[in-house]
Design a protein around this ligand. Structure first.
Ligand SMILES: Nc1ncnc2c1ncn2[C@@H]1O[C@H](COP(=O)(O)OP(=O)(O)OP(=O)(O)O)[C@@H](O)[C@H]1O
Length: 259
């Protein structure tokens, strides 16, 4: 395989069970460099487990995870940490530290790794906050003083602060009103484009999926059952994907499977 066709992220046969429950049952997925991939699937279908496996937070039972063609499951701790420095993550509900001001949240990682002085971190935080449309003065506020939309922006600022090559977004618009959701999606697209990053998102919000995804993949019963252009969601011709995207009760995905 030539370098130009090596996917940024390549999953093969990824499997993970928790007790008797087989959550991932052979996930195969290629995510090309610079692309936006949206992972869809019902609640509990294993979307977060997939992302956590790529991040090294969950050890899969079997399968291959490659980033830039390198087997990440075989990496030692130092290699894994170096890799994680090239990855950003926007957690669900932004996951900010309530006891720290915004600027320390944004530069949490470089401060913890002592790669920046506090003065440098303040300047860097102001620079990145501006990229997500927030005034530098927001840096001195605490997360509890921010609206949900502002918290998401701060989470996004933290995710991009290290100029990552890969960014994961876990339900970036959940809990936001539709307009703020669209604003956050716009910022995500802008930031990802500016960085030239590969973006992997989980979302239940189809409007958001179409905005932030180039490609969508649907996970069902522990496997990827469809991949295709995110713009076609709802009209893909795949009955399962279209039922999911349109939120229809009737279709191949039965209530029995959704318990
Ligand atoms: N650390 C864990 N220990 C035990 N079970 C787990 C663990 N992590 C996830 N699971 C189980 O794996 C299944 C898939 O979870 P996951 O969080 O990946 O779902 P999801 O597709 O992201 O769902 P949602 O859309 O509801 O967030 C669930 O049944 C969950 O309970």
């Amino acid at each position: 395989m030539s370098a130009s066709t090596t996917p940024k992220i390549r999953l093969r046969g990824l499997s993970k069970a928790f007790g008797a429950k087989q959550v991932l049952d052979g996930v195969d997925l290629d995510i090309q460099a610079g692309h936006g991939m949206v992972i869809l699937g019902g609640s509990g279908s294993g979307k977060s487990v997939t992302i956590k496996s790529i991040l090294g937070l969950i050890q899969p039972d079997a399968g291959i995870i490659e980033i830039d063609g390198r087997n990440v499951l075989a990496m030692n701790r130092r290699e894994r940490e170096e890799l994680n420095d090239r990855i950003g993550m926007l957690f669900q509900n932004a996951a900010l530290f309530d006891s720290l001001p915004v600027w320390e949240n944004v530069c949490f990682k470089p401060l913890a790794q002592k790669r920046m002085t506090r003065a440098q971190a303040r300047d860097k935080a102001a620079e990145v906050l501006a990229q997500v449309g927030l005034a530098g003065s927001v840096g001195d506020l605490y997360p509890g003083e921010l609206s949900g939309g502002m918290q998401k922006r701060v989470g996004l600022a933290r995710a991009i602060a290290g100029n990552p090559e890969i960014i994961f977004f876990d339900e970036p618009t959940t809990g936001l009103d539709p307009i703020m959701g669209a604003v956050i999606d716009g910022l995500i697209v802008d930031c990802v484009k500016r960085l030239g990053a590969t973006a992997v998102s989980i979302t239940h919000d189809m409007a958001s999926a179409r905005r932030i995804g180039d490609t969508a993949a649907m996970i069902h019963k522990g496997r990827i059952v469809w991949t295709g252009p995110a713009a076609t969601l709802g009209e893909t011709g795949n009955a399962m994907v279209d039922q999911f995207a349109r939120g229809e009760r009737e279709g191949p995905i039965t209530m029995e499977l959704r318990k």
